[in-house]
Design a protein around this ligand. Structure first.
Ligand code: HEM
Ligand code: HEM
Length: 148
């Protein structure tokens, strides 16, 4: 509390990312999405997510993709609900605050919030397992007015 330094290097970004996944993978609310649904290969994933944060926080330009697309694909397998994002943010904010303090640490929280909010909104336009099942062909669904 108050004694941490700020995020300054790529190694700092990696430390943050590893600490976050250490919690996220074991989390009772979102852990299964990484371990069971995405079957995340953490050692392959850490460099990419470190690129992302190095680009956001340290102006590194090492990340040049759309971060949204893999989440849209994931949402097709398991519905990513607002509550999942809220939990993701809770863990991220907690990890940042545990390890770092300062302007970059604050930016890490602010930018995560923006991205999460954008993802939550955009995902609502993408297919997910929570969508109503399509009617079988030829079946006509009629609505009856119970007041008649
Ligand atoms: C230092 C300045 C910034 C850097 C280096 C930066 C970098 C990035 C990167 C690398 C991504 C992921 C690429 C992508 O998915 O398209 C991203 C996504 C995003 N950023 Fe930033 N950003 C910055 C400032 C901002 C600001 C000022 C805002 C809003 C006021 C913002 C809002 C967002 C949002 C909403 C997304 C997710 C977009 C989506 O729906 O895919 N960023 N940013
Ligand atoms: C419910 C919340 C979230 C879940 C369950 C989740 C899960 C995942 C998973 C499983 C992947 C790997 C996908 C793949 O490689 O096929 C991934 C990639 C990634 N996630 Fe998330 N994520 C969440 C929210 C966020 C947020 C809020 C951000 C940004 C602040 C973010 C940033 C990224 C980035 C940068 C990648 C790497 C994409 C790439 O390969 O270029 N995620 N996420």
């Amino acid at each position: 509390m108050g004694t941490q330094r700020d995020i300054e290097t790529r190694a700092d970004c990696e430390r943050l990312v590893r600490a976050f996944y250490g919690q996220a993978l074991e989390d009772p609310i979102i852990g299964f999405i990484f371990t069971d649904v995405a079957k995340l290969d953490l050692e392959a994933h850490v460099p990419q997510i470190t690129d992302f944060w190095e680009t956001v926080l340290l102006d590194a330009k090492s990340y040049g993709r759309s971060a949204f697309n893999p989440h849209a694909a994931l949402h097709g397998k398991v519905t990513l609900r607002d509550g999942h994002f809220e939990r993701w943010l809770q863990l991220w904010f907690g990890t940042v605050d545990d390890l770092f303090a300062g302007e970059k640490a604050n930016q890490a929280k602010v930018h995560a919030l923006r991205v999460a909010q954008a993802f939550m909104l955009r995902l609502k336009g993408f297919p997910s397992p929570a969508d109503p099942a399509p009617s079988p062909p030829g079946l006509v669904v009629t609505q009856h007015d119970p007041s008649r």
